[in-house]
Design a protein around this ligand. Structure first.
Ligand code: NMX
Ligand code: MLT
Length: 437
């Protein structure tokens, strides 16, 4: 298999590189940690490593060194389509090279061969109460699949440490192959009277999701590919990536670890912000019976802040500029449906809210993140059940977290175990710092 061969050929050099760094430079400082960071969610503490993506505060994400416009321009595309194969993106994340069409199709074909979802997963989903949140269903489906884990099976029957990555790659392909079907099943069973649409073996991974959702409008398959590419990875420190890595570091397999990551993604300060954001846009729209004036919108934003809640889709723990993932989605909407009311409103919010947040002076980043507009694009295509939106984020994020898990195993990353202190110990450190030397 091409992914296996590529990793195997890169591994010796990567292992030597990491071994040398750790052996010769373990005591070289990367940074310092202060009390503000200990109490402040470890913001900017440099203590994780990944070569799959990096978020520059002012520039945004680079996947394997490539910006979003570069990724969208250089990855191969299905014939006649605007957006690239998601299989090509997965190849880029895992291998670190831009695939040609044949290589992207190899990943797509691996997925096709592994896409069959065992019936017990659907039975588990069917047994859940109808008002269960789609993210709970999605995470449960991933966890239910854990019995399929090759890594868990091989670990218990004897697996050498330097071979851990191989069944992790197998698990990752087996799991990611099934995610579009699982997500579309959740959507159709919850909101479309259980009228399930099965996969079309002739379609690519992203196109198949669009097909199984039952959205027939032209262009939705391109939006699906764009969405899955943009949300895939955002370096290692975000909640879903870090939760997956943390759980995986105990040698829990990718089903356990990925389900944990999805539970983190389901939080309103993380992935769930996309559903919150569409809810916020609709409350504006309903209040003003349409798209408001800038001044009305400005007042609405202030009312939101004054009521003590955040404006969803704005702000970021790392970024200090407009998220390029927001910009790519804005470009898509402007190219395809600039007159759509909710899209137009999301674009108007971009004109108004950053100044309001700057004026309020609390948020370190007043600019939109990926979630500020993604729901408006789905809404245009008729996917209006917005508590489903985070599931799509999850399908995509599983690509990044599995790619990271494969390399974490390959490079023998150890169990995570940072140190905690008591408040009294921190007070003591402060007192000692006051004593002149
Ligand atoms: N609206 C109102 N207040 C905000 C916002 C916002 N959009 N963003 C930050 N603040 C506040 C924040 O609540 C905090 O207030 P307080 O001191 O009273 O606790 C203050 O500004 C400082 O926060 P920051 O240091 O700027 O942000 P932090 O790094 O802690 O958190 C987010 C980052 C993304 C959690 C935060 O900006 C936020 O809550 N945004 C809205 C929710 C959102 O869009 N989340 C999605 C993030 C992307 N994703 O998909 O995961
Ligand atoms: C993400 O994509 O994970 C979010 O932008 C949150 C983050 O990076 O902290």
């Amino acid at each position: 298999m091409i992914l296996k061969d590529k990793i195997a050929s890169q591994l010796p050099a990567w292992r030597d590189r990491v071994k040398k760094l750790v052996k010769e430079s373990s005591s070289v400082k990367v940074g310092e940690v202060n009390i503000g960071q200990v109490y402040g969610g470890m913001r900017d503490v440099k203590s994780l490593v990944t070569d799959i993506s990096y978020v520059d505060p002012n520039e945004g994400i680079r996947f394997r060194g490539m910006t979003i416009p570069e990724v969208l321009a250089q990855l191969p595309k299905p014939p006649g389509k605007e957006m690239p194969y998601v299989g090509g993106l997965y190849y880029l994340l895992i291998v670190g090279e831009v695939p040609n069409t044949a290589q992207a199709l190899e990943v797509e074909n691996e997925w096709k061969a592994r896409m069959q979802v065992p019936p017990y997963v659907f039975a588990v989903l069917d047994a859940m109460p109808t008002d269960t949140h789609p993210m709970t269903m999605f995470s449960t489906a991933i966890l239910a699949l854990q019995r399929e884990s090759l890594f868990a099976h091989k670990y218990h029957t004897g697996l050498k440490k330097d071979e851990y990555w191989d069944p992790t790659l197998e698990d990752s392909l087996n799991l990611t192959a099934k995610l579009p079907t699982i997500a579309a099943y959740i959507y159709r069973s919850k909101y479309k009277e259980g009228l399930i649409i099965g996969p079309d073996p002739d379609l690519d991974w992203g196109g198949n999701f669009a097909y199984m959702m039952g959205v027939e409008a032209p262009g939705y398959d391109d939006l699906a590919r764009l969405y899955f590419i943009l949300h895939s990875d955002h370096e290692s420190g975000n909640v879903s990536a870090h939760a997956t890595h943390l759980v995986g570091s105990a040698l829990s397999d990718i089903y356990y670890a990925g389900s944990a990551g999805m539970n983190g993604l389901a939080g309103p300060l993380h992935g769930l912000a996309n559903q919150e954001c569409l809810g916020w846009l609709l409350s504006v729209y309903n209040k003003f019976n349409g798209v408001p004036t800038k001044e009305q919108l400005r007042q609405f934003a202030w009312d939101t802040l004054n009521s003590g809640v955040v404006i969803p889709g704005y702000g970021h723990a790392v970024l200090r500029k407009t998220d390029p993932r927001f910009a790519a989605q804005l470009d898509f909407g402007n190219a395809h449906f600039p007159q759509d009311d909710i899209f137009h409103l999301a674009a108007l919010v971009y004109d108004v809210v950053p100044d309001v947040l700057k004026e309020q002076g609390k948020a370190k980043d007043p600019w939109p993140n990926v979630d500020a507009i993604s729901g408006a694009l789905q809404y245009h295509y008729g996917v209006r059940e917005f508590d489903f939106y985070t599931v799509m984020f999850g399908v995509s994020r599983m690509l990044g977290v599995t790619a990271n898990a494969i390399w974490a195993r390959a490079l023998g990353q150890p169990i995570e175990r940072p140190k905690s202190l008591t408040t009294a110990m921190l007070e003591d450190i402060v007192e000692k710092a006051k004593i002149p030397a």
